[in-house]
Write a protein that binds this ligand. Structure first.
Ligand code: XIL
Length: 387
């Protein structure tokens, strides 16, 4: 293990050495090298209390896949910042989720009409660069194409549209396999956020199909692909005990009724101080279902109550510890066979859906792609350093 680490640090140092040369791009992630007098890029400032020089890649310190989010347009772009983005992605991660491109509003363009082109581009990038793709998300109340919202057919016709969409999408993305015959799209969030608290959320799907639309969706997905891993995904599974219990009871009903389900995605949109003790409890509870456990959308707000006008060292350290706790509890509580992976919801702070014009700093890299101390927190946690 130690030897492996030394080798990976050396490899990383070589890799940084060869990539941070002429293009003058910002220094990416890894260890600070001897300053190059000709370089326009200053090395990471070690005296900056918000940053640190990473010596290890996230994917190398975990025994399970480490993910981040992408879009087809970013992957296609050759701008300096998107090139750096891809360098970091390829260096530190081995799993990707489409932030928006594989949602229904983007792909279900009209009755019986689908546009899979963005997803296809993401899958092609994954195949070429050795990533696993996690499909996100087949049915979500917040991603409904306009035409479907105003669909004038009967409820039966509405349901037939959704059934056909789920089956066509799952079947389509099952087609691409890597050199070993392993499908690139390993998994799908079949239903996202079915619950609102512990109650079933009212949505177009409950109104037009019924409150059992989620069971049907899992069955349709399974009919389309016997092997792809099927996930239920939701937020505040850590933090909201009643909601968690509702999800756990849904899972036991699925199991007793033979509704296919393989895993649970805990989104993990957290705050620096929330949840506290419920974080390990929730991970334990979800692991106790026996299903795969995916930390599917990790980010940690440092300023959720807007009490800061700029980040303080104290708050950044609390946030670092929250990242460490997630890495540590996931690694130490979830049995290895159930560790599906951990996905972070964004690279730079400014790319986060929570950035809010610069009033929060929820991620692992600053806006120049430097590794923040939150990155160190996650590395420590993944390495088993207790918080
Ligand atoms: C968010 C994206 O990050 C935003 O770009 C988009 O505007 C809205 O969706 N839960 C989910 C994700 O399951 O799909 C959401 O992603 C964040 C909350």
């Amino acid at each position: 293990m130690k030897l492996l680490k030394i080798i990976s640090v050396l490899l990383l140092a070589m890799c940084i050495g060869c990539s941070s040369g002429d293009d003058g791009g910002p220094q990416v992630g890894g260890p600070t090298e001897t300053p190059d007098p000709d370089s326009e890029t200053p090395p990471v400032d070690n005296s900056d209390p918000f940053l640190y020089s990473a010596t290890q890649n996230l994917k190398d310190v975990a025994d399970f896949p480490l993910g981040n989010i992408v879009s087809a347009s970013k992957l296609a772009s050759t701008s300096a910042s998107n090139t750096t983005f891809k360098d970091i992605l390829n260096q530190e991660y081995n799993s990707i989720t489409a932030e928006n491109d594989m949602k229904m509003a983007n792909m279900f363009t009209g009755p019986d009409t689908y546009d899979f082109s963005d997803g296809d581009a993401i899958v092609a990038y994954a195949l070429e660069n050795g990533f696993r793709v996690h499909g996100h998300a087949l049915i979500w109340h917040s991603s409904i194409p306009n035409w479907l919202n105003t669909f004038e057919g009967t409820d039966e016709e509405f349901e037939a549209q959704i059934e056909a969409y789920v089956k066509a999408t799952v079947a389509h993305f099952a087609e691409v396999t890597d050199g070993d015959g392993v499908p690139v799209v390993a998994s799908w969030d079949v239903v996202n956020e079915y619950f609102d608290g512990s109650a079933v959320r009212t949505s177009l799907f409950t109104q037009r199909i019924g409150t059992d639309f989620h069971e049907k969706a899992f069955q349709w997905a399974r009919e389309a692909d016997p092997d792809v891993k099927l996930f239920y995904n939701d937020y505040n599974i850590a933090g909201e005990v009643d909601k968690r219990n509702a999800i756990i009871s849904m899972v036991s009903n699925f199991i007793s009724d033979d509704i296919p389900i393989d895993g649970i995605g805990m989104q993990m949109h957290l705050n620096h101080d929330w949840p506290s003790t419920d974080l390990p409890t929730s991970i334990q509870d979800i692991a106790d279902t026996g299903l795969l456990v995916h930390i599917s959308e990790l980010d940690v707000k440092a300023n959720y109550s807007d009490d800061l006008s700029e980040l303080t060292v104290e708050r950044a350290q609390a946030q670092e510890e929250q990242y460490q706790r997630v890495g540590y509890y996931y690694t130490s509580i979830v049995p290895q066979a159930q560790q599906f992976g951990l996905t972070i919801w964004g690279v730079r702070d400014q790319d986060s859906w929570l950035y809010d014009g610069g009033s929060d700093w929820p991620l692992l890299y600053d806006n120049d792609f430097n590794t923040k101390i939150t990155h160190r927190g996650l590395v420590d946690g993944l390495e088993g350093v207790a918080p």
